[in-house]
Design a protein around this ligand. Sequence first.
Ligand code: FAD
Length: 347
Amino acid sequence: HPAAVDADAVVIGAGPAGLWAAFELGLQTLAVHVVDSLPHAGGQCAELYPDKPIYDIPGVPVCTGQELAHHLLQQLQPLQVPLHLGQTVAELHADRTGQGEGWRLHTAQGMTLRCRALVIAAGVGAFVPRPLAVPGLEAWQDQQVFYTDPPPDVWLDRHVVVVGPGEAAVRLALHTAAHGAARVTLLHRTDRFTIDPALDDELQAAIGAARVHLCLGQPVAVLSDPDGRLLALEVATARDERLSLPVDVLLPRLGLHPRLGPIAEWGLAMERKHLVVEPSTLQTSTPGIYAVGDVAHYPGKRKLILCGFHEATLAAWAIAERLRPGQRIPLEYTTTSPRLRALLGAD
Ligand code: FAD
């Protein structure tokens, strides 16, 4: 990722509404960049229900969540919109130093994006790792507790504890065991994991060969030494016994959950956890900032993908009008407009 980007418009969120906003902004020949905290595009469709069928996309009788994400990316492809994935927008500042009024965004991963208009298509929020609920554990985050995969030297010759019920936890336990950890323990409430049979076979083989140790229970407390180093987890077992599990490196992999996070602190008018918009332009209470899709609220709002597409389209037109004052934005059809056909590589 480049450290800094200058754009006409930035879209926060690569869910269906954000991808469609990027498409419509691209058709307006505005330079648009998209940012998403997930490592892939598609928002809820790709993260929450990739294999489930959707039946109410007009003109598409049925497609899965993953297929919809794929089709939207394919449709966007000719417009060459940069997607910055794995980037969570953490800060928003008014930026009046550049060419006129605009916005400066910073991601938690160190990217800066400057833009003249902002589209928030953040859905139900950024998908972030679900934290392991043990009192005081935050103190060791990014030192001995890692929610994203740390470099291998962090676990080399260390006692690694991976916590979680699914594929991410099991694969990480197998990976660290195969790549130099001194001892690997997989901690979970039960000995049943939500993984496919092939991966389960791999796990059982690793447990059988004592490459991975299974610990059944719930972590309830932390034990540290006088220097403040995390030493062990206190684990409550199913029989309500307590045991102490030594740990150098703790890797919770409990899945992702959406957090609206910093967006709620940007001073934009909100209705519960949604951004209040004017329905004809999708502009929020701050001029130049727009919200579309599940995160937007106006009277009669329905959280459906097709409504997000419509909102994204109106927002792109409103942005084109705002950024090109005094210029009439003509309605053009993709079927017949030479300009749009050229943009889409149709001719
Ligand atoms: P999302 O899809 O939620 O995408 C938002 C994106 O923004 C996410 O990828 C998130 O990571 C990103 N983001 C948020 N904050 C930040 C930040 N600070 N920095 C970077 N990135 C950020 N709708 C239908 O119309 N038909 C259906 O059949 C249907 N079935 C569904 C089934 C299930 C199980 C669920 C859960 C939903 C279903 N929906 C359906 C609803 C539909 O998925 C949502 O309406 C749609 O995904 C909303 O799109 P969006 O682009 O607004 O937001």
